[in-house]
Design a protein around this ligand. Sequence first.
Ligand SMILES: NC(=O)c1ccc[n+]([C@@H]2O[C@H](COP(=O)([O-])OP(=O)(O)OC[C@H]3O[C@@H](n4cnc5c(N)ncnc54)[C@H](OP(=O)(O)O)[C@@H]3O)[C@@H](O)[C@H]2O)c1
Length: 224
Amino acid sequence: MDFPGRHAGYAEYATSPAAHLARKPETLDHVEAAAVPMAALTAYQFLVEHLRLGPGGTVLVNGAAGGVGHFAVQLARTRGAGRVIGIASGRHEAFVKDLGADRFVDYTQTAAEDVLHEEVDVLVDTVGGPDAHRFLPVLRRGGRITPVFLGEYDPERATELGITVGGWQVHSSGEQLTVLAGLFDAGRLRVAIDSVFPLSEAAQAHTRAEQGHIQGKIVLQVVA
Ligand SMILES: NC(=O)c1ccc[n+]([C@@H]2O[C@H](COP(=O)([O-])OP(=O)(O)OC[C@H]3O[C@@H](n4cnc5c(N)ncnc54)[C@H](OP(=O)(O)O)[C@@H]3O)[C@@H](O)[C@H]2O)c1
């Protein structure tokens, strides 16, 4: 990962500043380890570096089964969130609950705003979009929305309701990867692999990504 402001591709070899790197978690194989940096750093930086999430409170993760979301559910748990709620399509219910979500909302059957009322402290929204403002009523006054992907949250209404909205761009950090490695090796964090493609089939990996409904991460494997 080398972000932001640079366009990347896929290659067998790449250079990187040493400060961006960390030792692979001992308990993960290379495919699993490859799935970690971008998504886990994003979830970690949003919840820990920026929000400084502490114990208690309710965290809602939209897109809870995806790359960022599945780490956000688990990291909210490790930070001692009082309650973690995941939103995803129904196929992911067992997976998201197994990651530590207390409650699951299948967005294909139920709109979150119909069943959650002024009870969420932090929304990690990996989906965003033009109707993201529908989430405002699920947050309590003082709540925080963190868009991982761009969403339209109706800033005036958010201010009236005492809700703040702020997102960030993930950045490389060997130091934070080392912290995450400790969580993997302690059995407090795990990574899910949606699918693995050889580097020569990168196009198929993109086709898989375009199909949506990702559970965990897609990995490109350079060495079998
Ligand atoms: N700000 C940053 O620095 C940063 C860093 C990394 C990624 N991102 C962005 O964050 C977004 C998410 O990344 P990702 O890697 O987690 O994507 P992903 O792996 O594709 O996961 C997205 C998840 O959202 C679910 N989903 C789709 N529509 C939904 C809806 N309407 N409601 C709830 N869940 C829905 C999908 O499965 P189901 O539909 O089956 O539930 C999927 O599991 C991407 O747009 C990415 O570009 C931003």
